[in-house]
Design a protein around this ligand. Structure first.
Ligand code: MRU
Length: 363
């Protein structure tokens, strides 16, 4: 998407052909910083410490991490080590394992001296494929927005609530949940986006809101607890969120707090959609609540908040007393029964094994 009139992806190969550059998302929305990742250790840090984040982007970054690792050690042991080091960075987003498996499948049969070049080429293809998947998610999601728009007075916006950041910053480009929103805007359909701030890391307030400003999409920032109230008062036409892992049964793991929004949507008859590319489906898992590992992050993310001070500097402040411990489960699971539909690159599936296998019979 465009940033100050220039088109950016979230990650791209550097001119030296041996490293990548990324948008360092820790500084948004206050500063737009691009940083290089030149070693596998850099890549692991960038994923673990959330310089990049969002399931699809984590997968693509890991694929480039394997490519960089092949420059460091392209032996079988080096390949296994890259898989292990990168895999332990973030446990919940399944696109990470998908990308690492894909890379290992391609590279393992090759002679060691051919691996680095093949790995960079494959990582670039995975990045391009992600953009294409998201465009197609956008097309299918746009059909839903169009239908809702048709039931409204001319000019009246379709009001969409979203949680966390499942925007272009969470992918290579376009985003998953935001792709239908961007295509609707391009098509001249008025939309208004309610952006959940998404504590503790505030991906909504910091990233989704920044995207909406950048793309000129009308939006309103909400505290996480406000969505239920808006839904009770008929102020939300649909919810669209992303996902870090969706099970073959259609259970949806996403940023903590998504489940509460799904409950509120269900109670108020508001359609609750989840946008996802097929690499986010974990066909090995059935029951998401029982089987998906939920990342526990540092309690400091709850107690300490980043923001821009009046003098323009970006600072961190403590919001709880010294001596108070904070728990920080980063994701939750929304059971399939609360999901109206899964918006995939191949169309909209019912959130069930039958629904998903109908669109992805070979998986
Ligand atoms: O912890 P994060 O910021 O990586 O979590 C991201 C989310 O939960 C997104 O909604 C999800 O990855 C879908 S992104 C297209």
């Amino acid at each position: 998407m465009k940033v100050a009139e220039r088109h950016y992806r979230t990650i791209w190969p550097a001119a030296d052909g041996r490293s990548v550059e990324i948008i360092d998302q820790r500084w948004l929305p206050h500063e737009f910083r691009v940083v290089p990742l030149t070693t596998m250790a850099d890549v692991a840090t960038a994923i673990r410490d959330m310089w990049v984040r969002g399931a699809p982007l984590i997968g693509v970054t890991a694929a480039y991490g394997v490519a960089i690792a092949m420059l460091e050690d392209s032996s079988d042991a080096g390949l296994d080590r890259a898989w292990d080091v990168l895999h332990e960075t973030r446990p919940t987003a399944i696109n990470l394992r998908w990308a690492l498996d894909d890379m290992r499948r391609l590279l393992a049969p090759l002679p060691a001296e051919q691996r680095a070049e093949a790995a960079f080429a494959r990582a670039a293809r995975i990045a391009d494929e992600d953009v294409e998947l998201n465009r197609n998610i956008g097309r299918h999601g746009l059909d839903i927005i169009r239908k809702i728009a048709a039931s409204k007075q001319p000019g009246e916006p379709v009001r969409i609530l979203t949680h966390c950041n499942a925007g272009w910053l969470a992918t290579v480009d376009y985003g998953t949940a935001t792709s239908p929103i961007y295509l609707a805007t391009e098509a001249g359909i008025p939309v208004h986006v309610y952006v959940d701030e998404t504590r503790p890391r505030n991906q909504g307030a910091q990233l989704t809101a920044w995207e909406m400003v950048g793309q000129g999409v009308p939006h309103t920032l909400l505290v996480d607890n406000a969505g239920g109230h808006l839904m009770q008062h008929g102020m939300v036409d649909m919810v669209i969120v992303g996902t870090d892992r969706t099970t073959r049964n259609g259970d949806v793991c996403n940023k903590i707090g998504t489940y509460l929004k799904a409950l509120a949507a269900h109670d108020n008859g508001v359609p609750f959609y989840v946008a996802l590319p097929s690499p986010t489906i974990d066909w090995t898992v059935g029951d998401g609540v029982a089987e998906i590992p939920i990342e526990e992050r540092s309690g400091d993310e709850v107690s300490l908040v980043w923001g821009r001070a009046a003098d323009g500097t970006v600072v961190q402040v403590r919001i709880s007393p010294d001596g108070t411990n904070a728990a920080n489960p980063a994701f939750d699971v929304t059971p399939a029964r609360l999901v109206t539909g899964l918006i995939t690159e191949r169309g909209i599936a019912e959130a069930s094994e039958t629904g998903l296998r109908g669109l992805f019979p070979a998986s």
